[in-house]
Design a protein around this ligand. Structure first.
Ligand code: GDP
Ligand code: ZN
Length: 338
């Protein structure tokens, strides 16, 4: 039986995806049944879709559906060897499919830890993102800023520049009253409304030419924003995400969506469940930009910024230089409550 996700494919894509299956059952060659290479030349490309061991790679010669060479899989089962956003070297085979010969070193990645009986496995939701874009509504639903703080900390930890989109600004008097604090800290905040069109061009321009991870709570207006930017884009992204939500019985498809002006966008709905695994409490200081510089002025180098005398963080808090809610987020994350 075909999985539900196949129904979303265009005929051309379906052919591309199915072809390698046919190769595998008809040919009995050594390395996963790969056909002979067309030439010995390798071409470089970008993985734009990953599903059950098949990778669609965008190359200068067009799209090639590939599998990994067996040699890449040896002894490295601790995480995804290839993922969307990875730059790869591909050899095109006589039947038009390809073999991924090499995966270039990742600059960074959005990683989720998947506990498995044989040990934790690192799922790569997106390799090499240039930025993470977090969408929250000003109202309906009310912005859950503690969740935003958590997202920001995860982005800081994984070294991914973050941009905040405050959507539905026409529903409140002054969106800066809610989100201005993030500008003070140094984050870029875009103020948008799909009802009035405010900020849509700005959103488009920050996404152009980059690989962006798009995330935010449901109802914040992510699909509406994408549709406002590029007709049909929100719909396309949603279809893939819905399949992902159905859980373990469906094959997970991850996809990079091309933007009209250049660049790609990936829906990364997993942020809420990205645990801050292996984060030491003291490490958190570095992930709150407004605390980063301050903490060196605390009397104790292992200051927890809660009760110690001569604490620079609490002094800044008293002087109104740190937002109380950000401090609250810091304490929650530090104590592992969130
Ligand atoms: P998603 O779950 O984040 O993809 O959110 P949707 O794009 O589906 O939007 C959720 C709801 O918010 C829909 O009813 C949209 O029409 C509405 N919505 C989206 N953007 C705006 C906006 O800027 N202002 C208002 N008032 N409603 C919006
Ligand atoms: Zn302190």
């Amino acid at each position: 039986m075909l999985s539900a996700s196949f129904l979303l494919y265009s005929t051309r894509e379906r052919r591309e995806t199915l072809a390698p299956h046919c190769v595998r059952c008809s040919a009995g060659e050594k390395d996963g049944g790969f056909q002979n290479p067309l030439t010995n030349a390798r071409i470089s490309g970008l993985i734009i879709k990953a599903q059950s061991g098949f990778f669609t790679v965008e190359t200068s010669e067009g799209f090639v559906v590939c599998q990994l060479r067996g040699k890449l899989k040896q002894g490295r089962a601790k995480g995804d060897i290839a993922a969307i956003g990875d730059k790869v070297q591909v050899q095109v085979l006589t039947d038009g499919t390809g073999a991924i010969e090499e995966v270039e070193k990742r600059e960074r990645a959005i990683v989720r830890l998947d506990p498995r009986p044989q040990g934790d496995y690192q799922q790569v939701l997106l390799a090499n993102p240039d930025q993470a874009v977090f969408v929250f509504a000003c109202a309906h639903p009310n912005p859950h800023l503690r969740m935003l703080d958590r997202f920001l900390v995860i982005a800081e930890k994984q070294n991914i520049p973050a941009v905040i989109v405050a959507n539905k600004i026409e529903l409140v008097n002054d969106a800066r009253e809610i989100f201005g604090v993030y500008e003070t800290i140094g984050y870029r905040v875009l103020y948008t409304s799909t009802k009035t069109g405010a900020g849509i061009d700005e959103l488009k321009s920050i996404l152009t030419g980059k690989i962006s991870a798009f995330a935010g709570p449901s109802g914040a207006g992510k699909s509406s924003l994408l549709n406002a930017m590029q007709p049909g884009l929100g719909l396309a992204v949603n279809e893939i995400s819905k399949v992902m939500d159905k859980g373990k019985h469906t094959t997970v498809t991850r996809q990079l969506f091309p933007l009209e002006g250049g660049g790609y966008l990936a829906d990364t709905p997993g942020w809420k469940s990205l645990a801050l695994w292996d984060t030491e409490p003291e490490e958190l200081d570095a992930y709150f930009p407004e605390l980063r510089e301050l903490v060196q002025h605390c009397q104790f180098s292992d200051c927890s910024h809660t009760h110690e005398p001569d604490c620079a963080v609490r002094r800044a808090l008293d002087e109104g230089k740190i937002h109380p809610e950000r401090y609250d987020s810091y304490l929650r994350l530090r104590s592992g409550q969130d």
